[in-house]
Design a protein around this ligand. Sequence first.
Ligand code: AMP
Length: 453
Amino acid sequence: MVNLDFSVYTAYNANIDAIARLRQEVIQNVINEFDPRDVLERIEVYPREISEPLDFVARLVHALKLGKPMEVPLVNEKLNAWFDEKFRYEERLGGQAGIIANVLAGLRIKKIIAYTPFLPRRLANLFKENVLYPVVEDGRLKLKPIREAYRKGDPLKVNRIFEFREGMKIKLGDEMIRVPASGRFIVSARFESISRIETRDELRPYLRDIAREIDGAILSGYQGLRMKYSDGKDANYYLRKAKEDIMAFKDEGVKVHVEFASIQDRKLRKKVITNIFPLVDSVGMDEAEIAQILSVLGYRDLADRIFTYNRLEDSILGGMIILDELNFDMLQVHTMYYVMLITHRNNPLTEEELVKILEFGTTLGAARAYLGDINRPEDYEIGLKVPFNERGEYVKLRFEEAKSKLRMREYKIAVVPTRLVKEPVLTVGLGDTISTGVFLAYLEFLRKKFLTG
Ligand code: AMP
């Protein structure tokens, strides 16, 4: 267990996750309402947004066939009623900043400040009670318990998460689909009212005061931006503000981590990575996101290889390229079977320390997968009982092989197999949990290094 004597700020995205644990019969009934030919046709079209129920069914069936996690934005607010009628949900706190805040709150770190531009009451109540929210009162910054800081009338964002299990059997026309792996299909709300990812103007002058209270900041949610808004503002406007936020933290010596999430729009994706990544210390992402980023940086072949084969060697190469092109300090990658850190050669930490950091991250992730939530620092210990996955030795072998093939001299790279829980209580937010653990351990190892010289 690492020392948890840190204060961390987390922003900008939190929402309600409405989780539907799909049962075979329920999916089957919904699918049966459609002509299988229409579904197949729509799968071919591969809609990037959901504007009618058939878009949803097509993308869901596609996700079930591959057994891969997917996310598709909902653009038609009216469909909420259809979704409410067809499925039963359980509500949890979602959004990276929200999930990360509650993991940190469960670990009882020194101080945890969470910020989202919208804080309706239903959302505020899903945060753990020791999470603080920054407000300005009488011209001064005040950190209030988040549950007391809600604002009436703020917009509410609800994402729907459909969890499916390995081995489920679904019939589509004559075809029998067996779901090859457990996963989830996310229908995310993307309406304009909740797309202004920013620090509100009244709080912005106080960011430096916040910065002096914290050791690290974990920022995420840029995927919620739009290229254009109806009032004439655009992504450039919000990214300029986002950069100023980061600079306020950096000027006060705060370590800044960005947790990346997939962005469908290539233009927006490129803007986010080229504006934000060069300013921060570390970035976390999964394998598919490495490929997404490489693709807009012009490395299409490598991106396609990663998408298609998921080979460790390609991910390492891709990671080194991203680190160089966007020039930040540390890249963290989490995949099903391994977690990885890549830094430049001159990073103060050793590769052995990077391994320890990764072990902390995957252990914390496993604890949350097993328990469903982190409520006390001791919950971490459960993760230590979860074995490293059965492909662990294979991963190590592949890593050794990659070392002999790739030129890695300019980098420090560590790869650690993940601890995988056989029947996880939940799968949402595990990547965020791993990243949170990795970031905390990173802060801790840096502090040790500089305290002991
Ligand atoms: P994400 O999809 O970004 O939330 O991240 C998923 C990550 O969670 C994967 O990279 C795995 O490392 C981890 N993970 C997925 N399933 C499990 C499981 N059953 N037990 C522990 N960790 C898991």
